[in-house]
Design a binder for this molecule. Structure first.
Ligand SMILES: [Zn+2]
Length: 275
């Protein structure tokens, strides 16, 4: 089913809508596998949760989609639970995960922009329904902020460079990644990050694809690059371990649904086809 984003809600709802209900960073999901993962209802009030913020996201097929934030202390209604957004990876399909990520980011943006960052006045919603918080005193507008991040699969023939970051909570190895700094191109970020994190230079950058990553509001720009020169020298406060692994002897990697997984799989598939 196709999703079309919009910020101005329809004046009147006909039939059921899809509700992405958040309590902080956790989303309401059905415990019954025969029901839709997220509530589909004509009226979200039926869930009996105290609604604090509502944002319209757009339409999935002909179904309106809303993001709702509820009180931190609210208990889930019978048959539902609040689940960590990360746990949806592998459990939800790509569209569901993307919608949940979009909902989370829009709700967080609204929560974090209640006051003007320039003059401190309480902000209001945009008069024509654009997704911005507007300051009635100085006119400053705040839009949902997205942080671009470069993620790169560095390869050397049939080997791929994977690293275990200090911040990883499980024993897995992933591709290198880093935030784009103000004034940098994505390519400049890539060269800087690879050199900083593992001490090597790369060449032949090839754009792979991108993914919205709602932890908390990144846009991951995926690349492949070929190793050029240098010995592995790890940035110890960030990288616990890094090595080149042959495509048929990989360590545990990130779950399906992440662009890191897709980058690694793309490399493996190309190696298999070539051998
Ligand atoms: Zn202001």
């Amino acid at each position: 089913m196709h999703f079309i984003g919009a910020s101005a809600a329809p004046e009147r709802l006909h039939g059921d809508a899809l509700w992405l209900v958040f309590q902080g960073g956790r989303i309401l999901v059905s415990e019954d596998p025969t029901l839709p993962l997220f509530p589909v209802l004509a009226n979200v009030g039926w869930l009996g949760l105290e609604e604090q913020v509502r944002q319209y996201l757009g339409r999935l097929g002909d179904q309106p989609v809303f993001a709702i934030a509820v009180h931190e202390a609210a208990s889930p209604p019978q048959g539902y639970r609040f689940d960590d957004l990360r746990r949806l990876l592998g459990q939800a399909d790509d569209i569901q995960f993307a919608l949940a990520g979009r909902a989370f980011q829009v709700l967080e943006w609204e929560r974090n922009h209640r006051f003007c960052g320039r003059c401190g006045t309480p902000t209001v919603s945009h008069a024509q329904g654009e997704r911005s918080r507007v300051c009635p005193a100085c006119g400053f507008s705040s839009y949902p902020r997205i942080n671009p991040c470069v993620i790169v699969a560095v390869t050397r023939g049939e080997e791929i460079l994977l690293a275990r970051a200090q911040r990883f909570t499980r024993p897995m190895f992933s591709t290198l990644a880093g935030f784009v700094e103000a004034g940098e191109s994505a390519e400049e970020t890539l060269h800087r990050e690879v050199l900083e994190e593992v001490g090597v230079t790369v060449r032949d950058l090839r754009y792979f694809g991108s993914q919205s990553w709602p932890f908390p509001n990144n846009l991951m720009l995926g690349f492949h690059a070929e190793y050029e020169s240098g010995e592995l020298l790890l940035q110890e406060d960030e990288i616990a371990e890094a090595a080149f692994f042959r495509y048929d002897a990989l360590p545990p990697i990130p779950p399906a649904g992440s662009i890191a997984h897709a980058l690694i799989q793309d490399f493996v598939v190309r190696c298999r086809a070539g051998s």
